[in-house]
Each structure stands twice: as C-alpha cells, then as structure tokens.
Design a protein around this ligand. Structure first.
Ligand code: F6P
Length: 505
C-alpha cells in the first residue's frame, strides 16, 4: 500500500462516529445516504445506507482513500482487460460477457453467447429429443451462480427442470436421480478447468445412471461448459456440445458465460439476456460514477468502515425474499474467496483485516433463529437487508405485507434499541444495517444486484491493496487429499488416526 493510501487510512482511523440516533438529527441524512439505481429496461433498486454509521465526513475520508489507492486507475485497468490478477498474470474479463471492456473480448463473448443461444434453442426445439430435466454438475463458481439464479428466476415457469449438484457426497446426486427420469435428462458438466475431482466424479456417476436407465448413448446427452474445451474433448464430449468460455473469466465471476447455460435452458434465452443487460447497466454505473456517488464503491466504504475501523469480523446478509435464499452462499464465495487474503497485491503481509466472514439467511426465518445475537449479542454485525417491493408469490397480499413489514422493523429495531430496567430485556441499539430494496426481482434486476456485489468486492480489494482474483488458499487441502489417495505418505498423528479409523489408510 502506498504512503498516501496509508495516510488516508490513518486519517480515517481518527474519526469517531456519533451513534445512529444522533446522526438522524440531520434532516438531510436520508438524501445523503440513500440512492436509487434505475435500470434502462424499467424498474430499479433503492439503496439505503442511512442506518449505517457513514457520514458526510466519513464518505469524504473514504473518497480520499479511493483516490490515494488508485481506484480510478484500477477500475480502468479492469475494464480495459489489462492484467489485474498479477499472481496468475491474467485479466478478469467477466464484464466483457456483459458487453463492456476490451473490444476483442466483447466480440469473443458475443460469438460464444451466440453459440450457446443456438444450442439452448435447439434443445428447446427437441434437437436432443425430449428434455425435461437437466442435471448440472459443477462446484464453487461453476454451481453457486446457476443454482441461485435458477432458484430465483425459474419458479413460475421452468422450461426444463434443473438440478444443480455440487457435493461429491453421493447423497446429493441420489437426490437429483430421484427427481429425474434418465430418458428425458441431460447432463451439463460445468468446470472451468475440467479437472475438479468432485465434478468429474459426479459426471461419471450421472453417465452410469443414464446407461443403467436404458439410455443407449449417455455420452450423447452431455453438454460441457468449460474454459478447457480440449479436456472436455479428451473426456469424450462431442465438440458440438462443448460451450467454451475464456480463461480470463474467473470461476466465481462465470455465471455470465456458458456456466449460465442451465439458467438459459430453464428460463429461455431472452431472460438470460435480460440478466446480462441488467448487469451491464450496473457496469456502466460503476464505470461512470466516482466517489460516494458510485454505489458499489459506497458499499465498499461501509464494509471497510465496519471491518477495519470498528473491528467487525463478520457481515450478514438477509434476503427477505425466498427467491434469494441462495444469495448468502453465493456471496460467501464471491467475497471470501476474492478478498480473504493475507498479503497485498505486491506480496507484502496485510497490515489490517481483509474480508469479513459473510453469512446470512432468509427472512423472516432468520428472525426466529439468529437475530437474538444481532440485537443483544456482544458482536457488532453490520447487516444488509435485501427485499423486493413486488411479491414473488401469487397468494394473499398479506404474505408479502408481513414479509416487508418485518424486514423494515428489524432494521429500525437494530438501530433504535430499547431501554429497560431489566438488563435481559434491554436492547443496546445503535446496530447498523443497510437496505437494498428492488422494485421487482426480475432477471434484469437480479443481474444488476449480482454485478453490484461483484464491483463492491473489487472496490474493497482495491482500497485494501489486495488481489481479489486469485485463490491459492484452496490448493493445499486438495494437494493433501491427493497424497492420501496415492498412499505411502506419513501424516500427523491425528490425521493418521482418522484415516485408519475410516479405513482410508
Ligand atoms: O477450489 C476452488 C475453485 O477453484 C473455485 O475457485 C472454483 O469456482 C471451483 O473450484 C470450481 O472450479 P472448476 O470450475 O475449475 O471446476
């Protein structure tokens, strides 16, 4: 981190924030700290940070930090397709999948999307026979995005019934088998590297299940989604059913590429395209706005304020919308795999905390389980509430009314607290939350919401001086698992005893 950025951090560290109740004495607080993002295709998202401790002074201090940390140059490098992942010598070009960025990468993405669209439409038209189910095997970024988006968008009208299976635990696959008929099931093998052991093991088992279920040519029912098409060919997938994506698209940023195949198959190409468009609208906002007017950057200011200046070790996300129940898991990978780092982009140990632990759940369920800790526990947990004004259900409007009332009540209660003569019944209050309120949760809004979080994560990384695009931390465990598999190695006493007890050694 350069001297100016360090000085900006030092300056921020001197700032003492008044309690939230006091901050609300300022009649302009709501207009200063809330903003609306409009989608060109209609609808939008309201962001409200007024119940966080951000103030005009803090925003100004963080703007100085952004300037000193070279935020504008880092963003320009991201959009130009320059190498922003120095440890792997790669660009990070998920944005090109949405039509922005380096011209040649945008053209390549468009051509690959065209190929994907043709295959999706051919399948809908019956080119591979009757297809009622898709078993999509993949893990991490090759599963979390598709699982979340299919769950959010394909509730009313799933053209194909999608089952995303990630865990190598056979129980996961058995659950999918129980819900599918081999005669009308396709297999999508989603893996950037096409070597991930969980995915390849699951893929083999699906092929066997198809064969055992009387499918003459199980291999003819496979679609590969990968940045390593040559490996898919080696594995036996016909080239006409390989949908490649570029190496410069990171796994946890790959929903927009062919990894989104199950989404397009479930909801149709138009909806998938609308999701890309919504994300592109957020990309343009991120590119065109500076300082606190840039919404993902402003969210990063709030995140860093709590993590670095208030010592919060976690941040919680509660979606008051059943359609977003998988969002916390998705954000866990996006934020923790990207920014859970111990060294800066130039290899120096970091001097302060990096990514908080992202956790969360769905409202109102979480209120009856974990909110006790948020209201009265000893941890300060900044919360994001996410909701939609338009309901996802067609039942009595009472359902949605109760859902939203509870969402807003929780934010108000966390902030206001309540004094009581009985310590066990008193609420300290002054607990922060931000609210993200969508007009509706359609495909474009979902795309914008996901892109908002991608950019928020990137902005945090720039302000901390770390590389959000590598993930070497996941490798050591894989290496040790391979050694166990090979045998002949010695391990610590505990591991050796566990291996012996389970018959693995
Ligand atoms: O082990 C972590 C990871 O590399 C993630 O970054 C990635 O999303 C996941 O594994 C799956 O990788 P692949 O798509 O290559 O199978």
């Amino acid at each position: 981190m350069n001297h100016r950025a360090k000085a900006a951090w030092d300056q921020l560290g001197l700032y003492r924030t008044p309690p939230l109740a006091e901050l609300f004495h300022d009649p302009d607080r709501l207009s200063l700290l809330s903003a609306r993002f409009d989608l060109p295709q209609g609808g939008g998202i309201r962001f409200d940070w007024s119940k966080t401790h951000l103030t005009g002074e803090l925003l100004a201090g963080f703007e100085v930090l952004a300037e000193a940390a070279g935020f504008a140059a880092a963003r320009a490098a991201l959009f130009a397709g320059d190498i922003v992942n120095p440890t792997e010598g790669r660009a990070a070009e998920h944005i090109a999948q949405r039509g922005l960025g380096r011209d040649s990468s945008v053209e390549e993405a468009q051509a690959l999307h065209e190929r994907m669209k043709l295959l999706v439409e051919a399948i809908h038209d019956g080119a591979l026979g009757e297809v009622r189910h898709l078993i999509h095997v993949g893990i991490g970024g090759s599963a979390l995005g598709p699982a979340m988006t299919v769950d959010a968008l394909a509730r009313d009208l799933a053209l194909v019934d999608v089952h995303v299976v990630s865990n190598v635990d056979g129980c996961a696959l058995e659950e999918a088998f129980a819900a599918c008929d081999p005669q009308t099931t396709l297999l999508a093998v989603a893996s950037k590297t096409f070597t991930t052991i969980e995915t390849m093991t699951n893929a083999e088992s699906v092929l066997k299940w198809l064969g055992d279920g009387g499918v003459d040519d199980p291999g003819g029912r496979v679609v590969a989604l990968t940045a390593s098409p040559e490996k898919a060919v080696e594995w036996g997938v016909d080239e006409t059913r390989i949908l490649p994506f570029p190496e410069t698209v990171g796994g946890r940023y790959s929903l927009w590429s062919s990894i989104g195949f199950p989404v397009a198959l479930a909801v149709g190409w138009e909806e998938f395209d609308a999701m890309l468009e919504g994300a592109a609208a957020m990309d343009r906002h991120f590119l065109d706005h500076d300082g606190a007017a840039n919404l993902p950057l402003r969210a990063a200011f709030a995140d860093l304020y709590y993590t670095r200046l208030r010592g919060c070790q976690t941040r919680a996300v509660f979606a008051y919308d059943e359609r977003l129940r998988l969002l916390p898991s998705y954000l866990q990978q996006l934020e923790m795999e990207s920014n859970g780092k111990g060294v800066t982009a130039d290899g120096q140990p970091v001097s302060a905390a990096t990514a908080p632990i992202t956790w969360g759940g769905v409202g109102t369920d979480a209120q009856h389980a974990v909110f006790q800790l948020l209201h009265q526990g000893t941890h300060l947990v900044p919360v994001d509430f996410i909701a939609s004004i338009a309901p996802g259900d067609g039942l009595d409007p009472a359902h949605h009314r109760i859902l939203l009332m509870n969402c807003f009540a929780q934010g108000a209660a966390l902030m206001a607290g309540k004094a009581s003569g009985d310590p066990a019944r008193s609420y300290p209050g002054d607990r922060p939350s931000a609210t993200i309120l969508c007009d509706d949760l359609d495909a474009a809004t979902l795309g914008a919401l996901i892109a908002f979080h991608e950019h928020r994560t990137f902005a945090s990384a720039v302000l901390m001086g770390i590389n959000p695009f590598d993930q070497f931390g996941v490798e050591l465990g894989k290496e040790i698992a391979r050694k166990i598999d090979r045998g002949g190695e010695t391990f610590d006493l505990s591991t050796a005893a566990l291996l012996a007890a389970s018959g693995l050694a």
